[in-house]
Design a protein around this ligand. Structure first.
Ligand code: URP
Ligand code: ZN
Ligand code: ZN
Length: 581
């Protein structure tokens, strides 16, 4: 007898055997090190990480030889089913999270953006209704504070205490729509501190943009290139600086979303020398994967598809931003996925200021980051994990449940094949749109399996998501990475407590992770690609060869490692010299 009946007759619980999964022979990568270990999952939770595990019969086994077993990506910045600038984003919560999973991301955080005057709780409930039955992976929400009044303050409190919100976004741009003035920014930040929530900022000077737009249009500049001209780097850097000053004056932590320029990074770096509270910098897959040269494309469709705010910058920006990520000037790579159909972008055919702002990225974020940062030698796989999942999970209080491969964590995993080669294309992506800003880019490194809460949703390259399978993740206030070091500058080598799991503890020395505990023997066992630097974050120094432009590849390096040898590197979460934790 075969099949389910036979199984139930022989006393095997079908449900639980389907809920058991063993990932064998892979290399587990966390932000603070990697080791050759098997991972056993039951009922959506990682139960064991190690070798020679005792596993119940009937467990499905995935052979992960040659694969990196990493935490599923955490993308803290998406806009699914958002109405803005007279249009609605093309990716809904189903297609958007489907695309996320296809690319190795297993948690997204979307933005509830209320209309001016609208109740924040009402907008939140609306977002929950849109998302709950559609998401293919877990999701959380930020709420935008797009207007200010005593009732908004009260609702912020309600959202934190009753609805699982721990972050609020403010806009310094989008004048006459979502923009707040400085006095209002002060009040929202103060309220965030009272609630132990994290303030997020869209940093661009909305008044300058409005005036520049009027002048450009009057001068006859109506095409997409006007978008970038109306808001150059200085306009972004001024706002980054002002946001940091306001946060510092209010004694608030701050998270700057979509940092797009070298000037903004410079402003952030300077602010960090004086900031009393943690300061997080997020950049985008778009920022490191493409550039502003596309605004000069004669085809409106092409140029308009690249319009987002702040805009893409000069062609030397992507490498500089990768460098900033490698050196911890920036901590997080998000997507700001906000896709629009061509017909919607055409709303701005005769006036660039009416082009709905937004690009794709949720699907390709991880592959683009790997290609631009790991394959070039700028970052090692541990830092990749930090910036693609762990740091965002920390910032929003989800770590180590998300963003870490350890016992007790959710079984959200990306089994990454560093050798898999493909070209990104709208013909094969999973977005609702038929344009991809990374079109034609050749990437080496992609997920082969993606596991969402214990379910194999990308199975040997085959996408098998389930609509509504994901859950809403309440985010708790007072996240240790945000409010854990209040009153002192978050010291670099003071990470939050190590994960509870005793399995994860051997990578720490006396509970305090430190790069000093890498033994010489361990160092010998590692080569350039294996978290080999003491910081665990940067593999290429100036003057060294660019791995992307040589015949050298990370996959060859991984092959060179004895996959039977346990490779365990001891770095603090995020590496040696984190400015945040
Ligand atoms: O252009 C962008 N970034 N669109 C989405 C809205 C926002 O400001 O994040
Ligand atoms: Zn924004
Ligand atoms: Zn956004």
């Amino acid at each position: 007898m075969a099949g389910p009946v036979a199984q139930s007759l022989t006393g095997i619980n079908i449900k639980s055997s389907q809920n058991r999964l063993l990932i064998k022979n892979g290399r587990v990568v966390n932000e603070d090190g990697m080791e050759d270990a098997d991972v056993y999952i039951e009922d959506g939770i990682i139960k064991q990480v190690g070798r020679n595990l005792i596993i119940p019969g009937g467990t499905r086994t995935i052979d992960a030889t040659g694969l990196l077993v990493m935490p599923g990506g955490v993308d803290p910045h998406t806009h699914f089913e958002l109405e803005m600038m007279g249009a609605k984003t093309a990716d809904d919560f189903y297609k958007g999270t489907r695309a996320a999973v296809a690319g190795g991301t297993t948690t997204i955080i979307d933005f509830v953006l209320p209309e001016k005057g609208q109740s924040l709780v009402e907008a939140y409930n609306h977002w929950r209704q849109k998302a709950d039955n559609k998401v293919c992976c877990d999701y959380a929400l930020h709420v935008g504070v797009t207007w200010w009044s005593p009732s908004v303050k009260k609702e912020m409190q309600q959202l934190v205490t009753e609805h699982g919100i721990n972050s609020f976004k403010m806009f310094m741009a989008y004048k006459d729509a979502w923009m707040l003035n400085d006095y209002e920014l002060c009040q929202v930040m103060e309220t965030c501190v009272e609630l132990k929530a994290l303030p997020l900022i869209h940093a661009e000077n909305g008044s300058i943009i409005a005036r520049n737009t009027e002048k450009l249009l009057a001068a006859g500049v109506t095409g997409p290139e006007g978008h970038a001209l109306s808001r150059d780097e200085e306009v972004e850097a001024e706002a980054v600086n002002r946001a940091c000053v306001i946060a510092n004056q209010m004694n608030a932590p701050l998270y700057i979303v979509h940092v797009m320029s070298k000037s903004a990074v410079q402003a952030l770096r300077l602010a960090r020398t004086r900031q009393k509270q943690p300061l997080f910098g997020e950049t985008l897959a778009a920022t490191i994967g493409t550039d502003g040269s596309h605004y000069g494309n004669a085809c409106f469709r092409h140029a308009a598809a690249h319009v987002l705010s702040p805009p893409l910058r000069s062609p030397d920006t992507p490498a500089a931003i990768v460098d900033a990520l490698a050196h911890d000037d920036l901590q997080i790579v998000a997507s700001d996925n906000c896709t629009f159909h061509e017909k919607d972008k055409e709303l701005g055919k005769d006036n660039f200021s009416k082009i709905p702002n937004g690009v794709n990225g949720v699907e390709d974020r991880m592959a683009i980051l790997w290609q631009k940062a790991v394959n070039t030698g700028a970052m090692d796989p541990c830092r990749f994990v930090a910036v693609s999942s762990a740091a965002a999970a920390r910032a929003f209080g989800l770590w180590p449940r998300k963003g870490r491969v350890c016992e007790g964590a959710d079984a959200d995993l990306a089994l990454w094949d560093p050798r898999r080669e493909r070209a990104i294309s709208a013909r094969t992506h999973h977005h609702a749109t038929d344009f991809n800003i990374f079109e034609g880019q050749h990437v080496i490194g992609s997920p082969q399996y993606v596991i969402v809460n214990g379910r194999v949703c990308l199975d040997d390259g085959e996408l098998r998501v389930v609509e509504g399978f994901g859950k809403f993740l309440p985010t708790p206030p007072n996240a240790p990475a945000v409010y854990g070091a209040r009153g002192e500058r978050a010291p670099s080598a003071a990470p939050p407590a190590a994960p509870e799991s005793p399995r994860a503890s051997p990578i720490y020395t006396n509970g305090t992770p430190t790069e000093l505990s890498i033994s010489n023997k361990q160092m010998e066992g590692l080569s350039v690609s294996g978290c080999s630097t003491p910081t665990g974050r940067k593999m290429r120094e100036p003057g060294q060869r660019d791995l992307q432009n040589s015949t050298f590849s990370i996959s060859q390096e991984l092959e060179g490692l004895d996959t039977k040898t346990s490779v365990r590197v001891r770095n603090p979460p995020g590496g040696k010299s984190s400015g945040l934790w």
